[in-house]
Each structure stands twice: as C-alpha cells, then as structure tokens.
Design a protein. Structure first.
Ligand SMILES: [Zn+2]
Length: 271
C-alpha cells in the first residue's frame, strides 16, 4: 500500500510537470473506484489552471480556482506522468491532460483509490476535517501524543495508526518505529512515559524523512511517477521479516495480527 512517503514522492514527482498548466481534457475510463468519480468533473476543471498541488495525510489535493480535486491512491494506486500517446493499460482508470502535452494517469488494480471533488472548502470535507497533525510538522510532539494517550487502553500500534491522532503513520512505518523505539506494539498507549513518546516521535520523523529521501519503499504494484517501476528499496528492520532473527538480539521475530494488519516485533527488545 502506498504510504505517506510514496504519496509525498508522487507529489514531488508530478508537481513540476503540471503545476500552473491548464487542463485540456479529463478522461474517466472506469468511474467505479472506492467512490464514483464525479461525472461532472470534466466540466468543473477543463480549461482551468491547476494552481497548486499539496498533500494532507495520504490525500493529494489539486487546487483550481473552482475548487479542489482530491486523489487518493488507495491500496494499489499510482499516479504517473504520461503523454497523450501513452498506451492505455488495463487498470488505467483516469487521466487529466494539460496544455503542455503532459498528463497524469491514475492506475489502480484494486480500485480502492479515489478521485473526489471537494469544492471550495476542502479541509471541511469529512475525509479531511478530523485528521490529526502531519507527522513531519511541528504539531506532532511527544507531549501532544502523551496528552492524547492518557487513560487510553488501546494498544500503541492502533493508537499511532489512528488518523485522528496522527496522520500518515501506516502499517509498515508504524511497525518499524515501534521496533526502533523498543516499544511493544501490544502496550497500552496510556501506559507509555513521556520520555518513551519522545523517542517514538523522534523515530517517526526520522524514519518518514528518510523514506521520503529515498523515494519511498519498494512496492510490487507501485509505479514511480516518472514511469519507472518501483522505488528504491528501503532497509526495513522488522516489517516483512517474519520468523527471521532480530537484528539486535538474534531471537526470532514474532508475527501477530492487530486490527487485521500484520505486526512483526521482537519480544525481547520491545517491551
Ligand atoms: Zn531483539
């Protein structure tokens, strides 16, 4: 699944090609994504200039003077820069073409992605209104998390993956930062000291920054925004290493399911 670093990398990859360009054509091939692509989208953005591109959590926001278009990559989606002649593949659901001859194309085999029109107050939309702070912003601090965690019995893994607490700490990175911080994924969020939250916050920022720097993790069904398959593979210490040895203590890593998501951790190093 594309996580925050992949979305940030996509944003950085596509922006220089299409920012300030006028939309010439919107092509909806398969409108049935997670929610239907609005049929009136072509009339809303055709002949309009794309004023800016930004990211909130894992949502890409394309701002026009008529309103904001949201794109989410879902479980398996990718956006890449194409030309008008780029051959259409099976899972290419949606294109926006621009006056400079470039376009963006959403490819999404599992169709959990989304293309939604948010109108003029995007941050009031139900998908965005209740999101927690961005992990790389100054708003994410140890004292913020510590405050939110008071009296919470929910385990720390679920607490960190709750988008209303903090956005963009997905399964891969959550698993990794808990290992890096020596915190058991099963520990109750309300039973973690401020100093351990400090270590956790430092590791969240470090890990996500590093992943963005490296262009995201390698994902088998992800296509880079420049059309090259995949991203640089990132070193992962625990995620994807079920039954292998812990890099610190050599004991066998433990794999569990939490809210239907796989967690790998070291029972010796994470308490
Ligand atoms: Zn260990």
């Amino acid at each position: 699944m594309p996580e925050l670093p992949e979305v940030e990398t996509t944003l950085r990859g596509i922006s220089p090609h299409i920012k300030n360009q006028v939309v010439t054509e919107v092509i909806i091939r398969h409108p049935t994504l997670r929610w239907p692509i609005p049929t009136r989208l072509p009339e809303l953005i055709q002949q309009k200039k794309l004023l800016s591109l930004s990211r909130r959590a894992k949502y890409l926001l394309l701002k026009f003077d008529t309103g904001t278009l949201l794109i989410h990559l879902g479980m398996s989606g990718s956006l890449r820069i194409i030309s008008k002649e780029s051959p259409i593949q099976k899972h290419d659901h949606f294109d926006i073409h621009f006056a400079n001859g470039k376009g963006i194309r959403l490819t999404d085999p599992r169709r959990f992605g989304a293309v939604l029109w948010l109108g003029e107050s995007p941050h009031q939309h139900s998908l965005l209104a209740n999101l927690g702070p961005e992990p790389l912003s100054d708003a994410l601090t140890a004292s913020y998390l510590y405050g939110k965690s008071q009296n919470k019995k929910v385990c720390i893994k679920q607490f960190l993956m709750n988008q209303q607490i903090v956005t963009g700490v997905g399964n891969i990175y959550c698993t990794e930062v808990l290992f890096d911080s020596g915190i058991s994924p099963l520990r109750a969020a309300g039973n973690i000291s401020l100093s351990r939250y400090q270590r956790l916050v430092d590791n969240i920022k470090k890990t996500l920054s590093l992943a963005i720097e490296k262009g995201g993790t390698s994902l088998k069904d992800f296509v880079g925004s420049d059309g090259k398959p995949g991203y640089f593979k990132q070193e992962l210490n625990v995620y994807g290493r079920s039954d292998q040895n812990c890099i610190n203590c050599q004991s066998t890593l433990t794999t569990i399911k939490q809210s239907n998501r796989t967690t790998v951790y070291c029972k010796q190093c994470q308490t």
